[in-house]
Design a binder for this molecule. Structure first.
Ligand SMILES: [Zn+2]
Ligand SMILES: [Zn+2]
Length: 361
């Protein structure tokens, strides 16, 4: 029902005089003798009724308090005090979006160099094949709830300090759905979905790191009653590798070489994570020198190009020499100009020395 003040086009603080003036003006425009349209006739009735109420001080007071439940009723009070109108919620849908799900995936370090496709099995909810998500046995459908008449809500008027307040609560008979499923599908128990183990194929992108979460849209649980699937989140853990470690998109390893190779230099071939890698040990190589093999690291995530492969060199000094070898080394020492030992900072270990070198490249 329209608000009486609005009908007359006056505000709530309007005086009796203002109300009378407003009524006269409207009555002249809308009187059936002047304006024969049916719209005008309806409005004339409303205007007259509004004037009847508002021109009588007692009726107006009651109307302002909302006591008679007409016009200025629950909605207005609700809006005044709580800033929102009554929620005409209506029945709620059985059909809802499914839950998002999270799975953890462990991958090998070599899988993340280029990325890899993989099949996985996940425990999830899938649409019920028997009823195709309708929740009902074949040939039946939900019927309107006769308690709430399909509204899903039961409304009650409660007297309160604010006058009569309309409250609504979900219908207990249909649980707020407004309909009742009389013969639920026996496969899913009327849920429209069942738990199942589902095979999914996932793609591990190159460059992914431990802790990265990837979103697979629509791969989560099926919703109730044929609702759309949620999303699946895949959290990646990259497994430890015994030889190769990772620094950003660079791969790191240490290569032990013989003293003679360090002195004279040599060509080496190592078994990389992505196949053989050839590089050169230059003559005069020192322990903790780093050989960088360009573009043999990990593919940049969502990009092109790769990091580098960095090989830290550890020179192995032979421990036991036979008499002939010792003699050769003495000869070698004799032909070289003697260099005295040099004092420098203490380094905990070769590992630390190597790490410092890696970080300073
Ligand atoms: Zn079913
Ligand atoms: Zn109901």
């Amino acid at each position: 029902m329209a608000d009486h003040y609005e009908v007359l086009g006056v505000d709530r603080a309007a005086s009796q005089d203002d109300i009378k003036k407003a009524y006269r003006k409207l009555a002249r425009e809308l009187h059936p003798d002047v304006n024969p349209g049916s719209d005008a006739q309806e409005r004339f009735k409303l205007v007259t009724h509004a004037y009847d109420v508002l021109s009588d001080p007692k009726a107006r007071e009651q109307y302002d308090l909302g006591g008679n439940g007409q016009g200025f009723g629950f909605g207005d009070i609700f809006e005044t005090f709580f800033g929102a109108g009554p929620q005409s919620a209506g029945p709620r849908s059985r059909r809802e979006r499914g839950q998002d799900a999270l799975i953890r995936v462990e991958v090998e370090l070599n899988d993340v160099i280029f990325g890899r496709k993989r099949e996985m099995e996940v425990d999830t909810a899938v649409i019920c094949e028997t009823c195709q998500g309708t929740c009902c046995t074949q040939g039946t459908q939900p019927i309107t709830c006769d308690i709430c008449k399909g509204a899903g809500q039961i409304q009650r008027t409660v007297r309160s300090l604010l006058g009569n307040v309309l409250t609504s609560s979900p219908c207990g008979s249909c649980h707020g759905f407004g309909t009742i499923i009389q013969s639920p599908c026996t496969t899913c128990g009327g849920q429209g979905r069942v738990r199942a183990r589902k095979k999914i194929s996932i793609e591990i992108p190159g460059g992914v790191e431990t802790g990265v979460r990837l979103q697979l849209q629509g791969q989560g649980e099926a919703g109730p009653a044929g609702g759309p699937n949620g999303d699946l989140y895949m959290e990646v853990k990259v497994k430890h590798h015994d030889v190769f470690s990772r620094s950003g998109d660079d791969l790191l390893a240490t290569l032990e070489i013989q003293m003679t190779d360090a002195i004279l230099g040599t060509d080496v071939e190592i078994k990389g994570l992505d196949g053989p890698v050839k590089f050169e040990i230059r003559p005069g190589t020192q322990s903790a020198d780093v050989v960088t093999v360009k573009d043999r690291g990990i593919t940049h995530l969502r990009g092109t190009g790769r990091g580098d492969l960095k090989i830290g060199i550890q020179v192995v000094t032979p421990g036991k020499l036979d008499a002939k070898q010792q003699e050769l080394i003495r000869q070698f020492a004799g032909v070289r100009k003697a260099t005295p030992p040099t004092l420098t900072t203490f380094q905990q270990s070769m590992f630390q020395k190597l790490r410092d070198r890696f970080l300073n490249i």
